[in-house]
Each structure stands twice: as structure tokens, then as C-alpha cells.
Design a protein around this ligand. Structure first.
Ligand code: FES
Length: 119
């Protein structure tokens, strides 16, 4: 079971999304490290595992680096290594979003039960 999938766009290719590539790279390194150190990738974790993916673009393209928490759809902007740590501890682990850093909330719809197609 997956509890959260954290998608980070910290691409230096679009200056508005990630004006300082060094901050984007450090945020990604911090995300990877903390997910591992906090045991969030443990398949035995009762709440489900936490995945992390470096995305090339999340269609926000401003006020980045951008962190999207799927499936709930929370979009954080201005991510830094320090913000990554607080988001993981307070939002992902603690269940309390940090409202001041939220840019947007996206809505994702889940497929209806039994609608998945066979391979
Ligand atoms: S380039 Fe980062 S969201 Fe589009």
C-alpha cells in the first residue's frame, strides 16, 4: 500500500520553477535521504510506504521548486531542504499541512473499483 507519493519538480530548465538549481538539487537530496532515514520506504510500514520521484514538470512552473503530494493533491512551492524536512515531519507523518507554503490543491479522481483493465 502507498500512503503518499511525493513528486518534486526542481528542474533547472525553467527559471521560474526553480530559480536556483542548487536549492532544487539539495531539496531532492534531502527528500531522498529523509524518506530513507525515517523508514518511510519500509514495506512493512503500517500506514503504507512513501514514494518519491523527481519530476521534470508538474505543470505549475512558478514559485518552485514544487512538491506535489499525491493522491491528496497538495502542492507546495518554494521548497528548500529545510521545508522538505518540515513537510515530511508535520504533514506526511503528522497529518498537518503547512498552510503558509501551499500554492494549490489539485483534485485527482480514483478509478472506480473493478475498472482496472487486465494486462
Ligand atoms: S517546470 Fe516545474 S512545474 Fe513545470
Amino acid at each position: 500500500m502507498i500512503s503518499h507519493h511525493l513528486l518534486l519538480c526542481a528542474t533547472p530548465s525553467k527559471a521560474l520553477c526553480c530559480p536556483d538549481p542548487a536549492v532544487g538539487a539539495a531539496s531532492w537530496d534531502t527528500l531522498k535521504r529523509l524518506v530513507r532515514e525515517l523508514g518511510l520506504e519500509d514495506p512493512q510500514r503500517a500506514e503504507g510506504i512513501v514514494l518519491r520521484t523527481k519530476a521534470d514538470c508538474l505543470r505549475i512552473c512558478a514559485e518552485g521548486p514544487i512538491l506535489l503530494i499525491w493522491p491528496e493533491g497538495t502542492v507546495y512551492g518554494g521548497v528548500t531542504p529545510e521545508r522538505i524536512e518540515r513537510i515530511l515531519r508535520e504533514h506526511v507523518l503528522g497529518g498537518t499541512p503547512i498552510e503558509a507554503w501551499i500554492l494549490n490543491r489539485m483534485s485527482f479522481s480514483a478509478p472506480a473499483a473493478g475498472s482496472a483493465s487486465a494486462p
